[in-house]
Design a protein. Structure first.
Ligand code: PEP
Ligand code: MN
Length: 292
């Protein structure tokens, strides 16, 4: 006899009731306070902007000065970076400890809050002084040793959803952070790998639906990264607006004074003029969506 099997669901009510998501699924409100100026999950829409990598002192000073002039308080820039291919162009190298020094300068000059990616625990102590929010990138989402060690520091963490992972996997990884007693967690949707025919260079699909889906499962703040999802600057504004309409607590948007000169992913950063307009639109849109 053929038995009628129950369809398997990605995350079932049973999973939640069986307490797989012990902390994630708690319905209490979770505001993640970073410092006296920045909190996630309190209704603010936090814009995290900057270049892909901290390529030079000049680049990071120029970008921080521009962002500060339009009221963006959170600067992103990686000094350590996982790259898809091992072949690094001759002009590209991680700025590492030097880059951290430059970030430290702009942090004090412009009172910027700094986000940067941690790829290996050996860098942690060096980053600690300057980095306010540690990003765990898509490729390390399930590197549980790294995830848990960073979590133990109790520093705020942006956990990016791996481009091939379900929400169950993302929340499982998040649970590892919470298990260490670190509740300074921000979840980030950054696009998933799925077949599509949008454009040869468009590597991922921004999963807008993940935003309300995550909100149903957890109260931790959720942000979106349209730059890494689309990989294509002309689409970033639309995806940023869609994310705001879907209710994100923040956005990561790459910006660079001269995008075509960016040493990594030159197709995705917005130039300063475009960024300024988009930033203004995002702010107006956010005001509107507060009434939703
Ligand atoms: C990044 O933020 O620069 C980055 C590499 O992100 P992701 O891990 O989402 O690819
Ligand atoms: Mn990147």
């Amino acid at each position: 006899m053929i038995q009628n099997k129950k369809p398997t669901k990605d995350i079932s009510k049973d999973d939640i009731e069986n307490k797989l998501y012990k902390v994630c699924s708690k319905r209490s409100k979770r505001v993640v306070k970073i410092n006296n100026r920045i909190s996630f999950g309190n209704g603010d829409l936090n814009i995290i902007a900057g270049p892909n990598g901290v390529e030079s002192r000049k680049l990071i000073h120029k970008t921080a000065s521009f962002l500060n002039s339009i009221g963006v308080k959170i600067l992103r820039g990686h000094v350590f970076k996982p790259l898809t291919f091992p072949y690094r162009s001759s002009q590209y190298s991680e700025s590492g400890v030097k880059g951290l020094e430059w970030l430290k300068e702009v942090k004090s000059e412009y009172k910027m809050t700094i986000v940067s990616e941690i790829t290996e625990m050996q860098y942690f102590d060096k980053m600690l002084e300057t980095i306010d929010i540690f990003q765990i990138g898509t490729r390390n989402m399930q590197n549980f040793e790294l995830v848990r060690e960073v979590a133990r520091s109790k520093k705020p963490i942006i956990l990016k959803r791996h481009f091939g992972s379900s929400l169950r996997d993302l929340l499982g990884a998040a649970e590892h952070i919470l298990y260490e007693g670190n509740y300074k967690l921000i979840l980030c949707e950054r696009g998933i790998s799925a077949p599509h025919t949008h454009r040869e260079t468009s590597r991922y699909l921004l999963d807008i639906q993940a935003i309300p889906a995550l909100k149903e499962l957890t109260n931790f703040p959720i942000i979106s990264d349209p730059s890494h999802a689309s990989f294509w600057a002309p689409w970033v504004p639309s995806l940023a607006y869609a994310s705001v309409a879907a209710g994100v607590d923040g956005l990561i948007i790459e910006t660079h004074p001269n995008p075509s000169k960016s040493k990594v992913d030159p197709l995705q950063p917005l130039n300063f003029n475009v960024f300024k307009k988009v930033h203004k639109n995002i702010k107006s849109l956010h005001k509107l969506t507060e009434k939703f």
